[in-house]
Design a protein around this ligand. Structure first.
Ligand code: MSP
Length: 483
């Protein structure tokens, strides 16, 4: 049995989740569900990133202890994923004891390798991004990534010999680590410039894991956080580690590709561990044309959207509205259009029309296969292999349009007897097969279709025309028009 290990970034717990975080988790969920559908052994990891100065500051501002804040917010993440049907296998928190132990263990390994030394860091730091910035990187004195103010710091620190691994990393990226190509190019360009060793401890931050060789320092939050991908598998001795490492896909937003494709592989090389197969980068969402921010008051809560329109409609919108690696804009009006114009007009109406006729039909629904080519399975599978869930979803919906066209052309409401049976047979089987491909994207809708058709949960291997022998029930509409 093949294995598939996919991870999301672990989310900062300074604030509750918004639609950007939901997007990362939903894409990862699509992959996890797809590979389960293929009967593979899947480990889908997510969790929360709970240490560091940013969390320390957020807690102080909210008049809470860091512990209170991280407990509260990580629970909000769990609740959100439950609401959005994100089917993770493990939720890791960096304040988990065994994670902290693993981080210390890892640091000892890297230290023994001779890859950690003591020095002094002098430069800038962006607290919201938790990253070091050199003088030359500054843009108008601000963080080059997010445009916010930076802190100037000068402090004693321990460094990791990142430079030592530069050539290995370049080869790794040239070998196809990063998807898509444009992000790989960006990283290679950055690597052509000067690469400095990485400061991996902070003396002035107390909310963090104590550095094992000098407890007056805490471990830099990114060094701590990246190790979740190993500690979650109970590295070094866990059977999960033996079974699932290396990761097949680290799914990340485009702004954190550097950490995952440069720093993380260097850490693994230093510890002598196998490297991840892919780092998959997705684009960002704006809201009504603007960057989401608290000060603009346009931060969208995914739970509210799911309550209002359903989790599946929200998932569909995010996955369908833009190619995965491009940026896109979220608006409720665009979401409503997709619900009315596609989910309702196309999918929901098709299922309702066919099932109304099938429910009334007296006798066995049988026929000869006429709709065999309605879905391009091979291309959908190829797109999943290329990690292009956007195209895979488009092809799946294309197949639903084809079933609709078939029904419109055949006008089954004018037919009876054998002719009607034949059209119903083809439409019902095609809907059943399409519902299998819908599962990763819209799990509860696919399940509702299965219930209506009277079939038990199916695997990808069931996506072939068979005999139709179950009892159907039209029931409620899958989606209703939104005004
Ligand atoms: N804690 C780090 C990750 C450590 S992984 C070892 C972090 N956390 S985060 O909460 O800031 O971001 C997590 C994910 O949310 C990233 O993949 C990021 O791209 C995604 N998004 C946050 N805002 C977003 C948008 N506006 N749009 C799309 N996704 C964005 O980084």
């Amino acid at each position: 049995m093949e294995k598939f290990y996919i991870t999301t970034p672990i989310y900062y717990v300074n604030d509750k989740p918004h639609i950007g975080h939901a997007y990362t988790s939903i894409i990862a969920d699509v992959f996890a569900r797809w590979h389960r559908l293929n009967n593979e052994k899947v480990f889908f990891l997510t969790g929360t990133d709970e240490h560091g100065g940013k969390i320390e500051k957020a807690a102080a501002e909210k008049h809470k202890t860091p512990k209170e804040l991280v407990d509260e917010t990580s629970q909000k993440y769990k609740d959100t994923w439950a609401k959005l049907n994100v089917s993770y296998d493990k939720f890791i928190r960096t304040t988990d004891k065994d994670h902290e132990e693993a981080v210390k263990e890892f640091i000892k390994k890297v230290f023994e390798k001779g890859d950690i030394y003591k020095g002094e860091y002098e430069g800038f730091y962006c607290l919201p991004d938790e990253r070091y910035i050199t003088e030359t990187e500054l843009v108008d004195g601000k963080c080059p990534d997010c445009g916010r103010d930076v802190q100037k710091i000068k402090e004693e620190a321990y460094f990791f010999r990142l430079r030592k691994y530069k050539n290995d990393i370049i080869k790794l990226i040239e070998g196809g680590l990063i998807i898509p190509e444009k992000n790989a190019k960006e990283m290679l360009n950055r690597l052509k410039g000067e690469l400095k060793d990485l400061d991996i401890t902070r003396k002035s931050v107390s909310w963090g894991i104590k550095f094992p060789f000098d407890e007056s320092h805490s471990v830099y939050v990114w060094f701590d956080a990246l190790l979740n991908y190993l500690s979650a598998l109970n590295w070094p001795d866990g059977k999960e580690f033996k079974e699932f490492w290396p990761a097949d896909v680290h799914l990340v937003g485009k702004e954190i590709v550097w950490f995952h494709s440069v720093i993380w592989p260097a850490m693994l090389l230093s510890a002598g561990l196998p490297l991840p197969k892919n780092v998959l980068a997705h684009g960002w969402w704006t809201v009504d044309g603007k960057k989401m921010s608290k000060s603009l008051g346009n931060v969208i809560d995914p739970v509210e959207i799911a309550d209002k329109y359903s989790a599946d409609a929200f998932r569909y919108f995010l996955l369908r509205e833009k190619p995965t690696w491009e940026d896109g804009d979220f608006s409720e009006s665009a979401l409503k259009e997709r619900i009315n114009g596609e989910l309702m007009a196309n999918l929901s109406n098709l299922v309702a029309r066919v099932l109304t006729l099938a429910e009334k039909f007296n006798g066995k629904i049988e026929g000869k296969v006429e709709l065999d080519g309605f879905i391009d399975k091979k291309e959908i599978i190829e797109n999943f292999d290329k990690k292009d869930v956007y195209s895979a979803l488009n092809l799946t919906f294309e197949s639903i349009r084809k079933i609709n066209k078939y029904v419109n052309d055949k006008e089954p409401w004018k037919l009876e007897g054998k002719e009607l049976s034949n059209v119903l047979y083809n439409s019902l089987e095609a809907i059943r097969i399409a519902s299998i491909f819908l599962k990763p994207f819209m799990p509860s809708t696919a399940e509702k279709i299965e219930k209506k058709l009277g079939v038990t949960p199916q695997l990808l291997s069931d996506a072939v025309f068979k005999e139709f022998s179950t009892k159907v029930e039209r029931g409620e509409n899958l989606f209703n028009k939104i005004n």
